[in-house]
Design a protein around this ligand. Structure first.
Ligand SMILES: Nc1nc2c(ncn2[C@@H]2O[C@H](COP(=O)(O)OP(=O)(O)OP(=O)(O)O)[C@@H](O)[C@H]2O)c(=O)[nH]1
Ligand SMILES: [Mg+2]
Length: 256
């Protein structure tokens, strides 16, 4: 977390951005006005991934903090944004206006009441027409979520919902590393493995403005490759641990 944590900032709203000039301003304004009306002191942090449109200009004009991340990727953008975030509570979400940044209270109150991590659930809420392509809804999402459940026992039902909130402390515990879209899976696995107190809440998912940055096949593969590699390295670490001979006491006279 930020070395100079600012005690007066309660909430950091962090959004990754790659050429989202059509919607970024709307997202920032929604977040800022909602923080204000709810009475939270907060900041909006835009993790920019080298936008070549007017995104950065829009963010600065609206008074958001802009963090530049030269390394491309959804995860890379977030790693930079979270490292700069100063709030005690962090809310994350895309800057394409698919998630509703006026819906902040339901993501923040539980954190104040003892939860460590809150994640939206679009299937138990509402997916508006045109918001999620058919193949992603009925093939991509169920397969990737099923793999997460099978390999890691994650019980989160909409594990690719990218509107989430957590405490700064919980973020540290998750020790996030990946740079691409697989960041979303890594976070779900680590939230469960770190035994965070998790809450799922139904949310509405809106159709995106601007162009999608998702490359369905390549990004799905990144999720799968990450899950398999991570499972394998966990397994190897576990096997090594159980293969380590237990220390014996030379004075132990008990029979073998
Ligand atoms: N995919 C991707 N997204 C990035 C990158 N850098 C920043 N982003 C932002 O990360 C968010 C997620 O990307 P999206 O294109 O919305 O991906 P998605 O939500 O899975 O797909 P859509 O439903 O089509 O929006 C957006 O706010 C992007 O602007 C990057 O290198 N790759
Ligand atoms: Mg999106």
């Amino acid at each position: 977390m930020h070395p100079m944590k600012n005690e007066t900032i309660e909430v950091s709203i962090v959004m990754p951005c790659l050429n989202e000039e059509e919607t970024l301003g709307i997202c920032i304004e929604k977040a800022q006005s909602t923080l204000k009306s709810l009475g939270y002191s907060g900041e909006v942090v835009i993790a920019d991934n080298g936008s070549t449109d007017s995104s950065v200009e829009i963010a600065k004009r609206l008074g958001a903090r802009v963090v530049h991340q030269p390394t491309r990727g959804y995860g890379a953008a977030y790693l930079a944004g979270f490292a700069a975030a100063q709030g005690q509570y962090i809310v994350m979400g895309d800057s394409d206006d698919t998630y509703d940044f006026t819906d902040l209270e339901r993501f923040l109150k539980p954190l104040q009441n003892g939860y460590d991590f809150v994640i939206g659930n679009r299937f138990k809420g509402e997916i508006l027409p045109g918001a999620m392509p058919w193949a992603r809804r009925y093939i991509g999402n169920p397969i990737l979520s099923g793999m997460l459940r099978l390999l890691f026992g994650t019980y989160i039902s909409d594990s690719h919902c990218e509107m989430r909130s957590f405490t700064a402390e919980a973020y540290k515990r998750m020790d996030m590393k990946t740079t691409g879209m697989e960041f979303a899976s890594e976070m779900v696995i680590k939230a469960v493995q770190s035994e965070l107190k998790i809450l799922e809440i139904p949310i509405t998912y809106h159709p995106r403005g601007g162009e999608s940055k998702l490359n369905a096949i390549q990004d799905a593969w990144r999720h799968i490759r990450f899950m398999l590699k991570y499972k394998l390295s966990n397994q190897t670490a576990h096997d090594k641990q159980s293969a380590t001979p237990t220390e014996t006491n030379e004075n132990d006279e008990s029979p073998p």
